[in-house]
Design a protein around this ligand. Structure first.
Ligand code: ZN
Length: 363
């Protein structure tokens, strides 16, 4: 009873919208094939690979004969891929993290004689991509570091992207590979809102704090430059934190007000004091007081000041314990804050119960 549909598989009752000329060819995903007898939609079509027929499973009408089976004739098992016996005829998709489109030809030596083996070796040698080899090595190292910290994949991916940009710029040629990788991981952590301190990165990578810091600064400059070249946008520097008017989010995660939140909770400070500390930090940022200071010491100074304002003072030593900046640095930053206290202690902060007379005059 089965009857063979006379034409190509696309023929039986197609629902094709009118074609437009002058446009680049694209597969029309609106075309669906349905059975011309039962017109069931969604169709219940089944490909019988053994006989090469395309059959409507509802009525048994053969819609197409001699269908080409495009699936592979082998199955892959992960532990099968030993000794280069992967039978697939295509490689991976292009990897944006590597150079080039990776569309080079490979010569298989399986099944061939000595000649093909030699050809394979010669071609392999000629195609040896040194640049990609270095990149792969670095990506491996970055992946291992991020795994060690149980950081999400997004961090290791962005570290790899940063590394690639750095590699392309060639300014880190003379730098040690370890330092560059440490800098990339550090920056990637910040960009993904899981900041790690220099000390933590030092412990993990055994690269000195100074070296990481220097690499990080250079990396950030490079990324900003690249960004600017791309969009011709400008950058604003305020409060010691580089804030991009648009896309670049490099250091914004080391925002002093965010740090204030974290440190205040570590110090067991109450909600009101925390709010005042974060307000001070954001005011400090917008007025440019403490510009050029590290976000850590700025945040520490804001907490120091907020504690006094709200009658919940913490000593510089206590703050040092969480912010990991020396108490003398905190006091120095506080001194600058104190000098500009009229600018940063807003009416809003006073309304929250801040008492300016509580402030200790810096030495
Ligand atoms: Zn049917």
């Amino acid at each position: 009873m089965a009857q063979v549909a006379s034409h190509s598989p696309g023929n039986p009752t197609e629902m094709a919208p009118p074609k437009q000329q002058d446009e680049e060819w694209q597969e029309n995903l609106n075309v669906r094939m349905i059975c011309k007898d039962c017109r069931e939609d969604p169709p219940n079509i089944y490909e019988d690979h053994a006989s090469g027929d395309m059959i409507c499973a509802s009525c048994g009408l053969v819609l197409a004969a001699r269908v080409i089976d495009t699936s592979s004739e082998w199955r892959t098992f992960s532990n099968d891929d030993q000794g280069n016996d992967d039978p697939s005829r295509v490689g991976d998709g292009p990897n944006a993290l590597l150079n080039g489109a990776q569309l080079n030809t490979g010569i298989a030596f399986e099944g061939g004689g000595i000649k093909s083996k030699e050809l394979h070796r010669a071609q392999n040698k000629a195609n040896l991509d040194k640049g990609n080899k270095g990149l792969l090595q670095a990506y491996k190292q970055i992946g291992a570091l991020c795994d060690g910290w149980q950081l999400p994949n997004s961090v290791s991916d962005s570290a790899k992207h940063i590394y690639k940009e750095a590699d392309e710029s060639k300014i880190f040629k003379s730098k040690s590979q370890d330092a560059l990788i440490a800098g990339c991981v550090f920056l990637a952590c910040r960009r993904n809102n899981v900041p790690r301190s220099f000390r933590e990165v030092t412990e993990l990578t055994k690269v000195s704090k100074k070296e990481i810091g220097r690499t990080f600064k250079q990396l950030e400059q490079l990324l900003m430059k690249n960004q600017r070249n791309k969009e011709g946008a400008t950058s604003v520097v305020s409060g010691g934190v580089v804030v991009r008017a648009d896309e670049y989010t490099g250091s914004t995660s080391a925002d002093p007000s965010e740090l204030c939140n974290r440190f205040c909770s570590m110090l067991d400070m109450n909600r009101r004091t925390t709010t005042v500390a974060t307000e001070l930090a954001s005011k400090m940022k917008s007025t440019g007081v403490l510009a050029g200071r590290s976000p850590l010491s700025s945040a520490a100074a804001c907490i120091f000041m907020a504690g006094q304002l709200m009658g919940q003072p913490k000593t510089a030593k206590e703050i040092q314990g969480v912010a990991k900046v020396s108490d003398s640095t905190i006091r120095q930053a506080y001194k600058l804050l104190y000098m500009d206290k009229e600018k940063i202690i807003t009416q809003d902060i006073i309304d929250r119960g801040a008492d300016v007379s509580n402030l200790v005059k810096p030495a």
